[in-house]
Design a protein around this ligand. Structure first.
Ligand code: TRP
Length: 334
């Protein structure tokens, strides 16, 4: 029996979304909703694995929803909702906590990065976070999961959990083994200050990233100040690969304009950075500013956003209830 194609992905509501989220995830979400049943979730329960100010969290849940809509997700095509409003996520997470192995979690590199040097002080939630992520995906029997490259290991864990569940409860093929959909070229948008580090909301300098809500002046200034080197743009990818900052700028340009990187290099080779930066700032302003303005507009009507989440929750819950009922049966819960 083959499973129906279902896409699931989640985004944490922990503040400003940036160009990395936009190119690495959101744009991909939008193109998938055309042909496949998609479920997109604001994963608020994941966000609280590190402390969140409650008022800020509320606002961020709505702002992430607004960002979904502003980039083109359509609530009449995709299911859009927030995780904590469908309590089946937590219940399945508990069941999966009992399937997943401590040894598996101990290998998760993101936990090691996020917990830092004092692991004893990290929340238990942060440690078992990948099990909750598996629950999100398996609750809907999702087959495909669009994520950034940094989530690949978590997805492999979800597959291991699905496989072990199917085996332990003697129900081969009950859970599909979810496959990652990782964008090829732009799995990583790098920091504008350091081409070897991912663009991230946790980097201290705001000059390291383009936020979806940045205005034209901010975008132009940030691109102008982006780290570069003094050489001209080379004529081949190989020499570009030794220059991560140059590669990052051209990669972003290529992704926004949908012109292949090879072609972009041909167009730009021999030119200096001021030329490249001017062009890049222009296309970024054209693409990102309308998104930022739309987010602001949507945030002006919170009742509307809450309504969208409520409708999405109702649709998600129908699937979640039915699937959890079957899962509980497999496990022997009555
Ligand atoms: N862990 C993901 C991230 O930080 C977010 C996430 C939670 C997710 N649940 C998910 C992504 C399920 C894909 C599928 O980016």
């Amino acid at each position: 029996m083959s499973h129906k194609k279902i896409v699931f992905s989640g985004v944490q509501p922990n503040g400003n979304l940036h160009l990395g989220n936009y190119l690495g995830a959101l744009k991909n979400f939008v193109s998938l909703q055309k042909n496949i049943d998609c479920i997109y979730c604001v994963v608020d329960l994941h966000a609280i694995t590190v402390f969140q100010n409650p008022n800020e969290l509320k606002n961020n849940i709505l702002e992430t929803t607004a960002s979904f809509l502003a980039t083109g997700l359509d609530p009449s095509k995709s299911i859009i909702f927030n995780q904590s409003s469908v309590s089946e996520h937590s219940e399945l997470a508990w069941i999966l906590n009992c399937v997943s192995r401590i040894g598996w979690l101990n290998r998760m590199t993101q936990f090691k990065d996020k917990a830092g040097s004092d692991k004893e002080k990290a929340s238990v939630g942060l440690y078992i976070y990948p099990n909750l992520m598996a629950a999100d995906i398996l609750l809907y029997k999702a087959t495909h999961v669009p994520v950034g490259a940094d989530q690949k290991q978590h997805l492999e864990l979800s597959r291991d959990i699905a496989q072990k569940f199917n085996k332990d409860f003697n129900c081969e093929n009950f859970f599909p083994l979810p496959e990652p959909l990782i964008p090829k070229n732009i799995s990583r948008v790098m920091s504008l200050r350091d081409g070897t580090k991912k663009m991230s909301k946790s980097e201290t300098s705001d000059y390291s990233r383009i936020n979806l809500k940045d205005n034209a002046d901010e975008i132009i200034k940030k691109i102008k100040k982006a780290k570069s080197d003094s050489k001209a743009i080379p004529d081949n990818i190989k020499s570009l690969e030794e220059r991560p900052e140059a590669l990052n700028l051209l990669n972003i340009y290529s992704e926004i304009t949908k012109i292949e990187l090879e072609k972009v290099i041909k167009e730009m080779s021999g030119k200096d950075y001021s030329f490249v930066k001017k062009k890049l700032a222009d296309v970024l302003v054209d693409e990102i500013c309308p998104v930022g303005k739309e987010i602001d507009k949507l945030m002006g009507d919170k009742t509307h956003l809450l309504q969208i989440l409520k409708k999405g929750t109702e649709k998600a819950r129908i699937i979640a209830e039915e699937n959890l009922k079957n899962i509980r049966e497999k496990v022997g819960l009555i």
